[in-house]
Ligand binder design. Structure first.
Ligand code: THU
Length: 160
């Protein structure tokens, strides 16, 4: 008899008043980064800020290319920088903000599949979940407690 395997996922919706000091600072830095995005082809600007376990914050943004697939998302750009320079320091949370050029409302963005797989990789590397937070148009943070909430049934074990 066939049966179903079901996974339930959820996001926490955090109003501004409930953000921690770290979340405030991550949003602030992601908003600075989004303005520096290089997105002349899509005009969709994305900024991301990641906090490492030692409290350091790094930010990045999307960098597009005339050969479209060459472009890199904000999440992978900042994670690559942080992990290239601080390979032993665990990323604990990442905030993502996005907007269309010349719009003054935030666009809803959740990480693309490649970025989800990248976040998954650093969860595997450090054996710990990474919080993923997305700024909503209402300026609330949509918080996933880990990549399992965004990428259920993901590929995460070569030997299992
Ligand atoms: N993009 C990101 O940087 N992060 C996401 O989570 C979604 C998409 C970028 C890729 C491309 O430069 C532009 O947004 C439009 O897809």
């Amino acid at each position: 008899m066939s049966r179903k395997i079901k996974l339930t996922v959820s996001l926490d919706v955090l109003p501004k008043e409930e953000w921690t000091k770290d979340e405030d600072e991550l949003v602030r830095q992601a908003k600075i980064a989004v303005e520096k995005a290089y997105a002349p082809y899509s005009n969709f600007m994305v900024g991301a800020a990641v906090m490492l376990e030692n409290g350091e914050i790094f930010s990045g943004n999307n960098q597009e290319n005339v050969s479209f697939p060459v472009g890199i998302c904000a999440e992978r750009s900042v994670l690559s920088f942080a992990m290239a320079n601080f390979p032993d320091v665990r990323p604990i949370k990442i905030v993502i903000v996005a907007k269309r050029r010349n719009d003054n409302i935030w666009a809803t963005v959740t990480p693309c599949g490649l970025c989800r797989q990248t976040i998954n990789e650093y969860e595997i590397k450090f054996g710990h979940a990474i919080e993923i937070m997305m700024l909503s148009p209402e300026e609330q943070l949509l918080k996933a407690s880990g990549i399992d909430q965004l990428l259920p049934f993901r590929f995460n074990d070569l030997n299992g």
